[in-house]
Design a protein around this ligand. Structure first.
Ligand code: HEC
Ligand code: HEC
Length: 196
């Protein structure tokens, strides 16, 4: 184990320095965004963008990974959306902006992406017959829209049904049983249908 020692020592020094560097980058990115982007984009953890077509930065954080964003800023996102000002960013500025955008992804992200995953699972497995959104009709007239199911079902019973499969009562329905992670994601999505 003697060989590992120098590495350990190095890591102990490098880690706090990295964390401090990251915090500085985020602060610099926020400053740049405040100057250049807030005319159109919301850059806070909540709220709407001043210009409705501009996605809030926290949404951007969900759709891109770090490398894509840095490259995007360097190549000039102006190409893809004409409304955006033509702005030459330097590599450090692109990295700072990206660090800031990514920092907005934490916090809200887990719950929202759970629901998004739940939606995808239902779309893949159930939307053939059931309406899975807030307003449409079920493609199969006999299959109740999930927004009704979620209001009528006891949440525990629904959770159990998803995990163990719903076989009784409807022979038209395919058999299915979801993993616990998937059940959590589906329930997270179904919860969003509950509000009237
Ligand atoms: C004049 C308004 C305006 C300003 C200022 C602006 N944007 Fe945008 N931005 C938009 C609009 C509108 C869109 C959506 C365009 C679309 O989806 O085609 C957008 C989209 C984006 C996207 C997402 C691109 C995609 O493909 O999903 C990123 C990233 C982005 N802007 C970053 C920035 C950054 C960083 C700044 C500041 C340096 C900035 N924007 C300043 C209007 C603006
Ligand atoms: C092939 C069509 C079909 C597919 C696909 C389908 N269902 Fe159904 N489902 C039905 C029908 C039809 C009913 C109503 C049957 C009845 O009440 O006898 C139903 C009923 C239900 C009920 C019970 C509603 C109640 O009030 O008792 C639940 C819960 C349900 N489905 C969940 C799901 C889930 C979750 C999926 C996807 C994994 C799914 N279904 C996929 C056709 C389908």
């Amino acid at each position: 184990m003697r060989i590992a020692l120098p590495f350990l020592a190095l890591a102990a020094f490098a880690l706090p320095a990295l964390a401090a560097g990251e915090a500085q980058m985020i602060a610099e990115g926020k400053r740049l965004a405040q100057i250049n982007c807030t005319k159109c984009h919301n850059i806070e953890p909540a709220g709407a963008s001043p210009l409705a077509e501009s996605p809030p930065f926290r949404e951007i954080a969900k759709n891109y990974d770090r490398e894509e964003l840095i490259d995007g800023f360097m190549d000039g996102l102006a190409v893809r959306h004409p409304l955006m000002p033509n702005w030459d960013v330097t590599q450090p500025q692109a990295e700072a902006l990206t660090a800031f955008v990514m920092s907005l992804g934490t916090g809200q992200k887990p719950e929202e992406s759970q629901a998004a995953r739940g939606f995808d699972l239902l779309r893949a497995n159930c939307a053939r017959c059931h309406a899975i959104d807030a307003s449409s009709m079920s493609p199969n007239g006999k299959a109740p829209p999930f927004r009704n199911v979620v209001r009528n079902y006891d949440p525990d019973a629904l959770q159990e049904a998803l995990a163990e499969g719903i076989v009784t009562g409807h022979n038209n329905m395919p058999e299915f049983a979801f993993e616990p992670d998937d059940v959590t994601a589906i329930i997270a999505y179904l919860d969003t249908l509950k509000s009237p």
